[in-house]
Every structure is written in C-alpha cells, then in structure tokens.
Design a protein around this ligand. Structure first.
Ligand SMILES: Nc1ncnc2c1ncn2[C@@H]1O[C@H](COP(=O)(O)OP(=O)(O)OP(=O)(O)O)[C@@H](O)[C@H]1O
Ligand SMILES: [Mg+2]
Length: 263
C-alpha cells in the first residue's frame, strides 16, 4: 500500500506549498520572454514569406522557424499545465451522493472504453451516506484514474492482452469513510515505478504529462480525503479514494473540538 501518515502528509504539503510558490514565480517569469519569442518568430515567418517559389535557403529558414515555433508552443503548454496544477483549486464542496456522481461520469465514459473492447462495471453499495465534494473536480479525478486504467489495458502488446480487459468502479462504506475504488486487470505497476507515480511529471507514456495522478491526489486531499494505490504486476492495479462523510467534521476540527479550543 502506498500511503502516508497525516504527519508526513502535513510536512509534505507545506514543502509542496513552498516549492509551488517558488516554481509558479519562476514559471510566470518564463512566460513573458517566451511570448516575446513567439511573437518574434511569427514576424520572422511573415518576413520569410515570398511571392514566388522560395529559394532553397528560404525553405531552410522557414523549416527552422517552424521547429522553433513548435518548441516554443510546447514550452508554453508545459508552463500552462504546471501553473494550473501549482495554483491549486478553490474547491466548493457540497454534500451529495457519490453513487449518483459515479453513475453520471462512468456511464458516459464507458461507451468510449467499450469501443476499445474494455468492459466497465459499476458496483455501488446502496444507501451510502452523502460525501462532501466538489463534483466538477471529483469527476476530473475519477476521469484521470479511468483514463490511466484504460491506457494500462489498451497500450500493451496484443500478445499480452487477455481479451477480458476490465475496469471495476466500486463504492462502499468503511470505518474510514466512503470509499471509491477504480480497479483494472491490467499489467500492474513495476516496483521501481511505484514510488514515483504520484510525482509530478513522472510518466511512462509517450506524450504523457505525468500530472494526472498528482492532480488526483491534490483534489482528493483538498477535499480532506486520501488516495492510495495497490498493484500487482501481472494482475492489475487498484486506486482507492477515501472521502469523509458529509456530516462528519474534519479530523482537525474534531480534535480541536474535543480539546475545547472550538467554541
Ligand atoms: N492503472 C494503472 N496501471 C498501470 N500503470 C499506471 C496506472 N495508473 C498510472 N500508472 C502509471 O503511473 C504513471 C503516472 O500516471 P499519471 O496519470 O500521473 O500520468 P500519465 O497518465 O503518464 O500522463 P497523463 O495523465 O497526462 O496522460 C503512468 O505513466 C503509468 O506508468
Ligand atoms: Mg494519467
């Protein structure tokens, strides 16, 4: 189980907050020169445009400008992704039914999965207590987990596929709170990658941002919940999100109330 105690959590969070401030400042500083480069490349490209057929030299120059523009755009996208992630989210949590949210999100998404031969099942415990969540963001977290499961099941050599690719989305009540599980019977996560999957920019996919799981963690923790991963190579992977029941105080509040520091 990859998890953290709440003490480790707190110090990791304050470290993250500090690094976040530092890095967002840096990212903002990089943005301006980058957009100046982009504008100048645009002008350079216009200057290179000729009425007649371009000479070989002009063709070469145009090609180089194209490469530079592509790379600048890529840098701008990386910065945007980073700033979105670093800013954090101002979540608006409202008491609601987790099962309704799961049905709504998964039923729509399952059609895409079915088209690729992945079977998606919902196993929902009836009569769950409401959870206090921001539906938009919890859906985003859920979609990140579903997309990861989908990638794990579909982006592997045909010889390794069983033909019974499956994703289970479960909800249930436990003593810890209300649980949401996303389980796949894909390849699992090799030991050397397990420690890193929640690190920003860790990705084993071509074109992967590596911000999917850090975003999930960030959203869930802002909701006062936890996310952990269980995985076994060759068997599959399950992500578990534990959310607080809507009518229960945050652990900090409960402790403070017990000590009489809250009136
Ligand atoms: N269900 C899963 N099965 C196997 N590996 C997984 C699973 N979920 C995540 N991983 C591993 O964790 C890595 C990090 O996931 P994360 O969602 O943060 O980024 P990503 O999926 O690579 O990129 P993006 O989310 O931008 O598509 C993945 O690249 C993959 O190696
Ligand atoms: Mg992902």
């Amino acid at each position: 189980m990859l998890g953290m105690s709440s003490g480790e959590n707190k110090s990791r969070q304050s470290r993250l907050a500090f690094l976040g401030t530092l890095a967002s400042g840096l990212a903002h500083e990089i943005k301006n020169p980058l957009s100046a480069m982009s504008v100048n490349l645009q002008m350079l490209r216009e200057d290179l445009e000729t009425a007649g057929p371009p000479t070989p030299r002009e063709q070469r120059l145009q090609k180089r400008v194209n490469v530079l523009e592509r790379e600048v755009t890529r840098l701008e996208e990386i910065l945007e992704g980073f700033l979105r992630f670093a800013r954090g989210y101002q979540l608006k949590a409202v008491a609601q039914s987790l099962n309704a949210l799961l049905r709504e999100t998964v039923e729509f998404w399952a059609a895409k999965a079915a088209a690729a031969g992945v079977d998606v099942q919902l196993v929902l415990e009836p009569d769950l207590p409401d959870v206090s969540v921001d539906a938009t963001y919890l859906k985003q977290a859920l979609l990140n987990l579903l997309n990861n499961a989908f990638d794990a099941l579909t982006q592997r050599p045909a010889a390794e596929k069983s033909g019974r690719e499956q994703i289970l989305v479960c909800s249930r009540r436990t003593s810890a709170g209300v649980e949401l599980l996303v389980i796949d019977n894909g390849p699992g996560i090799p030991a050397e990658a397990r420690e890193q999957i929640f690190d920003p920019y860790f990705s084993t996919k071509a074109g992967g941002s590596g911000l999917g799981l850090p975003t999930v963690r960030r959203i869930v923790e802002e909701l006062g919940g936890t996310v952990t991963c269980d995985t076994e190579v060759g068997r599959g992977t399950s992500f578990r999100i534990v959310l607080r029941e809507a009518n229960q105080a945050a652990p900090g509040e409960a402790a403070a109330a017990a000590e009489g520091t809250l009136s």
